[in-house]
Write a protein that binds this ligand. Structure first.
Ligand code: PEP
Length: 258
């Protein structure tokens, strides 16, 4: 909406080995070129596990594909004695355009707080990688009617310490936890309500120009049959897709929602 290039992002989570990753990206590129996908109109990005990123890079570079890619997580540290971690500079070297930070699975299973998410966003930006900052409420919060307050508060806290110019670069993803991997999708109106609320909060904190430029995605059981309605909403600027991004047919259809 309003001058913001829509982004369809596929989060593969902990699935596929590097050979399967190559096959999926190749098939996706073929399918989208068959359908004459307009990459300038709708950006398409994939988020493989760390171990597949190098293979995706080789393919995308070699075939001059217009698919972009990123990582699902990043360390808060620059380098050093952090066994098992992967740094932003390593991801930058692999050509990552994006990194997902604060996915609800990382918040839930790995204790990622808003403060950690903000540090990850900051270090990604330092290395010219766009963070996709995820926020979203659980079922109890939704049922209590506190979702708007929860998500706007989480957005504010997850961007703490970023400058206005840095915030202008981020992507936000609104992902209600009760809709992730459950087949339960928020209605387009529900998605719009929260995405608009987030943009309003951004405007209050960073001004209209920054808020008007930030892309806000919806995520949570996005499928070929519900994407178009979601994308018609004025403050929904794309989709973060989990399960359906592992199917070439479904992910291509979602990317070609227009
Ligand atoms: C996700 O994990 O980002 C997600 C939206 O998953 P799904 O599409 O499977 O609900």
């Amino acid at each position: 909406a309003a001058g913001r290039t829509p982004l369809i992002a596929g989060n593969w989570k902990m699935n596929l080995n590097h050979q399967e990753a190559v096959v999926l990206v190749q098939k996706l590129a073929w399918t989208l070129s068959d359908k004459r996908h307009d990459f300038a109109a709708v950006e398409v990005a994939v988020f493989p596990p760390f171990t597949d990123i190098r293979s995706v890079q080789t393919l995308v570079d070699g075939d001059k594909m217009r698919i972009t890619y990123g990582a699902q997580n990043v360390s808060t540290h620059e380098s050093g004695a952090y066994t098992g971690e992967v740094s932003a500079s390593m991801l930058a070297k692999l050509g990552c355009s994006y990194v997902i930070v604060g996915h609800s699975e990382r918040r839930e299973h790995y204790g990622e707080t808003d403060a950690i998410v903000a540090q990850k966003a900051k270090i990604a930006l330092k290395h010219k990688i766009t963070p996709i900052v995820c926020v979203g409420e659980g079922l109890e919060i939704r049922q209590a009617g506190d979702h708007l307050e929860h998500c706007t508060g989480q957005t504010e806290a997850s961007l703490a310490g970023l400058t206005d110019a840095e915030v202008a670069e981020v992507v936000i993803a609104y992902e209600p936890v009760w809709a992730i991997g459950t087949g339960e999708t928020a209605t387009a109106q529900d998605a719009q309500e929260v995405c608009a609320g987030i943009r309003e909060r951004l405007e209050k904190l960073y001004g209209a120009e920054v808020a008007g430029g930030v892309r806000i995605l919806y995520g949570g059981s996005v499928k070929p049959n519900n994407v178009a309605a979601l994308m018609q909403e004025g403050d929904v600027d794309g989709a973060l897709v989990g399960g359906a991004s592992l199917s070439v047919e479904d992910f291509a259809a979602i990317s070609r929602y227009y």
